[in-house]
Design a protein around this ligand. Structure first.
Ligand code: PLP
Length: 413
């Protein structure tokens, strides 16, 4: 495995030329969205300059070239997660991917009255609210697996709640609040052995570690392009082929059908094969092309190198926070987590700390991180300050972070 050189990586990211409050930007808000390298910006730019046409419809040269670029992007992104091209549906983001999965199950009658849906207390609202809605519409029961005091999944509670009535387990791979990594391969295996389907929310894992569906064997895997160097407005939903064949598309429309017939009183449609039946309407073609460029960029650096680099950053960040005596949430052992660190400083609110860090040029997120049930369980209803890292962050930036925190501690005292 090659050691990643973040200083070399940074040269590809034009945003780092920018100053914030007159200071060099230190971007520690990668769990919200990442920055983009020139390779991605140019791929999107080049699509609109020389390839732009709608896809899968017209037969002119430009339309065929655009269709080819879109399908080539699908191949690259699918291979990145160990899937076949026809198992990858392009969506807008993780939120849309999870809604697509949930409503497909509802539309296909695979979640019904009397069934149970299992989620966990550490889910992002995007992997909670679609299931709340679908459970209500189906007449199914939603059950929540608890977390331990340090924010890990309570596996005993998981096993207690995984009854034969559970039809779906929806679980995050990595918590966007604590960085905890869940054993999703084992969770999916146990769910499968009880006859349940398994959706993995990969929003915080796919950008940061090698995620391979042929190893984890989920039924669905959802992720967002904008958190992995890609453009905003493009994401993915992996659907296992045998399941995709059975699923009714919940959002029907043009581009998803092989036939539509209307009699006097009724119309009917026949769907295209997956993934096209799930992609009605004009998709984000430039976004897919940009995401493919992002994946090529990540692959060139190597996911193993990226993960190891983030682990070094996380270890140093946790060391700084502990030495300064601030409250850290989640396990302190770096092997159980990735590059997301949540903390609070004395009596200051998370937003106050984030504003003080911003005045030093350091961008972090503060608040509930769209995971209210978890932050309440962690005993911090106003949420936390969250620093999250990526391949272009440096150990030196953490020295600046430490200095800034020392100043904030003086204010807090
Ligand atoms: C774990 C997790 N799931 C889902 C989402 C939703 O992602 P998006 O806003 O790209 O749909 C996020 C975003 O932060 C997340 O961290």
């Amino acid at each position: 495995m090659l050691l990643l050189d973040p200083y070399e990586v940074r040269r590809d990211f034009p945003i780092f030329a920018r100053k914030v409050h007159g200071k060099q930007l230190i971007y520690f808000d990668n769990a919200a969205t990442s920055q983009r390298p020139v390779q991605v910006i140019e791929a999107v730019d080049s699509f609109y300059r020389s390839l732009n046409a709608n896809i899968g419809r017209s037969v002119h040269e430009l339309a065929l070239a655009a269709t080819e670029a879109y399908e080539a992007a699908r191949k690259v992104v699918a291979a990145f997660i160990g899937a076949k091209p026809d198992e990858l549906v392009f969506t807008k983001n993780t939120t849309e991917s999870i809604n697509l999965a949930a409503y497909s199950l509802l539309a296909s009658g695979l979640v019904r009255s009397g069934n149970e849906i299992l989620v966990t207390r550490m889910e992002h609202h995007s992997n909670l609210l679609p299931w709340v809605r679908v459970a209500r519409l189906a007449g199914a029961k939603l059950k929540v697996v608890e977390v331990t005091d340090d924010g890990r999944l309570d596996l005993d509670d998981f096993r207690r709640k995984l009854t034969d009535k559970v039809r779906v387990l929806a679980v995050t791979h990595v918590s966007n609040v604590t960085g905890v990594v869940n054993p999703v391969k084992e969770l999916c295996e146990e769910a499968r052995s009880r006859g349940a389907l398994c959706l993995v929310d990969g929003a915080q894992s796919v950008p940061h570690m090698r995620v391979d569906v042929s190893r984890i064997k989920p039924d669905f895997l959802a992720f967002s392009g904008h958190k992995m160097l890609g453009p905003m407005g493009i994401g993915g939903l992996y659907i296992k082929r045998e399941l995709a064949e059975k699923l009714e598309p919940p959002f029907p429309g043009g581009g998803a059908i092989s036939l539509v017939e209307c009699g006097v009183e009724e119309c009917r449609a026949e769907w295209l094969q997956a993934p096209h039946k799930f992609e009605a309407g004009t998709p984000n073609v430039a976004g897919a092309v940009g995401l493919s460029a992002a994946v090529e960029y990540l692959e060139r650096i190597g996911m193993e190198s990226i993960e190891a680099h983030e682990r070094r950053l996380t270890e140093k960040a946790l060391g700084i926070l502990q030495e300064l005596g601030v409250t850290v949430y989640g396990p302190l052992d770096v092997k159980d987590r990735v590059g997301v660190v949540s903390f609070n400083v004395g009596k200051l609110t998370p937003h106050e700390v984030a504003q003080l860090l911003d005045s030093e040029g350091i961008a972090v997120r503060s608040g509930h991180h769209c995971a209210l049930p978890l932050v309440k369980r962690l005993g911090t209803p106003l949420g936390t300050v969250r620093a999250s890292f990526y391949l272009y962050n440096t150990l030196e930036e953490l020295d600046v972070f430490e200095e800034a925190l020392r100043k904030i501690l003086v204010i807090a005292s």
